[in-house]
Design a protein around this ligand. Structure first.
Ligand code: AVI
Length: 323
């Protein structure tokens, strides 16, 4: 029976004025920036789904191929009968593809939008009636306290898609530590299954984040529509251009919006910022790792033995880290 639960701490949900405060602080900073979460309004989520289909955007299909090819070895590492906790589950499709191999006892998808989760899980319940399903609405990037309905043993966290790359390495370490802490005691049957994008030829990375159809550009520019709604602002996307490139010193893709000319933007309560031509708003970073660098991060976070699986070109890896 699917259960519907709100966060253990609903008061932690970021209030509207806090969102506005954070956004304004970022826009007024010397190097203007916004959190990547503002890329994902309804249209942004659809554009991201389209990005995943692009020939240049290799991470989604490469990870899926790794899961397909190594399903049995991955299942052996994760172990049968697990409590599979899917962080940022969305439509639950990535985890569902692993159900036949993993055969989890309980599936716990977590996402900010519990309503969307519930719809996805309703369909899944017909297909996998033997798996207990518990939906949790929670911003897991800031809290990860699981309710008693989630058994404490055999917790296997699932964080695919190289979403870990959207945290800075320090934030990633804190996040991994939070996951490790959500595994009580030293249960060696618990762990984390995670997808990580690897450092590779810069031309491949650049193309993946600046595709020839301009879908990533639309995804980035759409953030301005979202900010307009949140702040009652007057950004005009036509006055901005997408920049997406690999920064080899920082080992990360950077996405920026760059003013095509001098631009003045206004928002609620008299807020104003003048951007000179060429000035940028940093909208997202996507960190890329070496295999060894990421394994070290997992160990620093308190995980034990790590197993990894690659695609043949070693563009992407899936890791299982034991608690
Ligand atoms: C969601 N995240 C892992 C994507 C990435 O590759 O960093 C978001 C994205 N941004 C541009 N293209 C895809």
């Amino acid at each position: 029976m699917a259960q519907l639960q709100q966060s253990a701490h609903p008061e932690n949900c970021v209030a509207e004025d806090e969102i506005q405060h954070q956004l304004v602080a970022g826009l007024l900073a010397t190097h203007a920036h916004t959190s990547p979460k503002y890329l994902y309004d309804v249209l942004g989520s659809r554009l991201f789904a389209a990005i995943c289909e692009l020939p240049e955007y290799y991470p989604t299909r490469t990870e899926a191929a790794i899961f397909r090819k190594h399903a049995h070895h991955i299942a052996a590492a994760v172990g049968r009968d697990a409590i599979l906790i899917d962080l940022g589950a969305g439509n639950c499709s990535k985890a569902a593809r692993l159900f036949p191999a993993l055969q989890p006892r309980q599936y716990v998808p977590i996402d900010i939008s519990v309503q969307f989760l519930q719809e996805s899980v309703n369909a899944l319940r017909q297909q996998f009636p033997q798996i207990e399903m518990t939906c949790l609405g929670m911003d897991f990037s800031t809290e990860l306290e699981l309710p008693p309905s989630v058994a404490e043993q055999r917790r296997q966290f699932f964080y695919p898609g190289s979403s870990i790359g959207n945290f800075s390495p320090l934030e990633a370490l804190k996040f991994l530590r939070r996951i490790r802490k959500a595994i009580p005691g030293g249960d060696s049957h618990s762990g984390l299954l995670i997808g990580v994008d690897l450092i590779k030829d810069h031309a491949i990375l650049n193309a993946a984040y600046d595709d020839s159809l301009g879908v990533t550009a639309a995804f980035n520019l759409n953030l301005l529509h979202h900010v307009n709604r949140l702040l009652d602002a007057d950004f005009r996307p036509s006055e901005w251009r997408h920049r997406g490139f690999y920064n080899p010193e920082q080992h990360r893709i950077e996405m920026h919006l760059e003013a095509r000319d001098d631009v003045t933007v206004h928002w609620q309560n008299g807020g104003i910022r003048r951007f000179a031509r060429g000035e940028r708003i940093h909208t997202e970073s996507s960190y890329k790792y070496t295999e060894q660098g990421f394994i070290e991060l997992l160990h620093q976070a308190g995980f034990g033995q790590v197993q990894i699986w690659h695609d043949p070109r070693k563009w992407f890896m899936v890791c299982h880290a034991q608690a």
